[in-house]
Design a protein around this ligand. Structure first.
Ligand code: IPM
Ligand code: MN
Length: 376
């Protein structure tokens, strides 16, 4: 098998700690992988005016996969205040590194699997597939309301009480191009990983016209997957049922903002973001990242749960074509989490990040038979 290159970008906060702890698992798996480390995040911004420097883009460009620890995203004003003084006069625009990766690499699908790792209660396993490039986060977010939009906005009785300065408008953009590719991706994920069904989380009882169009596209794509049942539910009902009966779901596909919210809820359903991995996938790139973010207040204290980093590495291995290795990482995490003896504080234990990571690596070494669990 040809060797694959992985760009490892530890980033900020707890990112470097969780990757340091989890990456040694790769040594045991003996895969044809070359890891190349690169820089991303807050220090790059403060000292160079760009959280994703050119040398990192070069590295990403020659890699088969990108493994990210975590990056800090801050509002523009705070970001500018932290910039090195000599850079301030050039007034570079701050743009969150993960948003840069998603936009520049056109990573349209954000996958966030949710599973009953902790055990107890009904088993469940589903995946939120979030559209990552359009929807309410398309960037059509206005204040004041632009003149071109004002005649439409002013039809609303509340808007007529003021002018364009007294209102904001954010457009939920969905295009046939964007819809078809994310819907197809959702069905492919369901088929490939045995998720059994596809639920579109939308808001057809309020956003009538846009939801009707999305449903049309859904039905057209679904015709290619006759074995997979599909449904459209209101997003609020999906939130309720995720909490009450998570086992009823397979793939939940949603536009950007709905998917953002539902995937955090998925982390909550699982018992915390410490167990939540993610993959951002497009035609010409990807990055894999634990959902928990940089958690600056926790950094350097050995408290971060490394499970999400392991599960993220598992998703990356699966993507790179190593399903058995992926399955064994996944199973090892599950064993340790279920036993709860060498786990971090968020799971009720007292282990440090490295202790828990060692427990996972040891569990993997004990597993001899090839695991069958799908990771995504
Ligand atoms: C996520 C994060 C990001 C998002 C933020 C940091 C911009 O919350 O990956 O879900 O909402 O897309
Ligand atoms: Mn989010």
């Amino acid at each position: 098998m040809t060797r694959k290159t992985v760009a490892v970008l530890p980033g900020d906060g707890i990112g470097p700690e969780v990757l340091d702890a989890a990456l040694p698992v790769l040594a045991d798996l003996d895969l044809p992988l070359d890891l190349e480390f690169g820089e991303i995040g807050w220090d790059c911004w403060r000292t160079g005016g760009n959280p994703v420097p050119d040398r990192t883009w070069d590295l990403i460009g020659r890699s088969d996969a990108v493994l990210l620890g975590a990056t800090t995203s801050k509002p523009r004003r705070e970001a500018l205040a932290e910039l090195a003084p000599e850079l301030r006069e050039h007034a570079p625009q701050y743009l969150s590194p993960i948003i840069q990766l998603r936009q520049r690499l056109d990573l349209f699908a954000n996958l966030r699997p949710v599973e009953n790792h902790l055990g107890g209660g009904t088993p469940y396993r589903f995946c939120v597939v979030r559209e990552n490039t359009e929807g309410l986060y398309a960037g059509l977010d206005f204040h004041p309301v632009p003149n071109a939009l004002w005649p439409l906005v002013a039809e609303h009785p509340n808007a007529r009480r003021g002018g364009p300065d007294d209102a904001t408008a954010s457009i939920r953009l969905q295009t046939s191009y964007g819809l078809d590719r994310i819907l197809r991706f959702a069905f492919e994920t369901a088929r490939r990983h045995g998720y059994g069904r596809v639920t579109l989380a939308d808001k057809p009882n309020v956003l009538r016209r846009s939801s009707a169009y999305v449903r049309e596209r859904l039905e057209a794509v679904a015709a290619d997957y006759p074995e997979l049942p599909f449904e459209v539910l209101n997003v609020d009902a999906v939130a309720l049922w995720m909490a009450r009966r998570p086992e009823r779901f397979g793939v939940i596909v949603a536009e950007n903002m709905f998917g953002d919210i539902l995937s955090d809820l998925g982390g909550g359903v699982m018992g915390g973001l410490g167990l939540a991995p993610s993959a951002n996938i497009g035609e010409r790139g990807n990055y894999f990242e634990p959902v928990h973010g940089s958690a600056p207040a926790m950094a350097g204290r050995g408290r971060a749960n490394p499970a999400a980093a392991f599960l993220t590495i598992g998703m990356m291995l699966e993507h790179l074509g190593f399903p058995e290795a992926a399955g064994s990482v996944h199973d090892a995490v599950r064993q340790v989490v279920r036993r709860r003896d060498r786990v971090t504080y968020d799971l009720g234990g007292t282990a440090t990040t490295t202790d828990m990571a060692r427990a996972v690596i040891e569990a993997g070494q004990r597993t001899t038979s090839a695991p069958t669990a799908a990771v995504v």
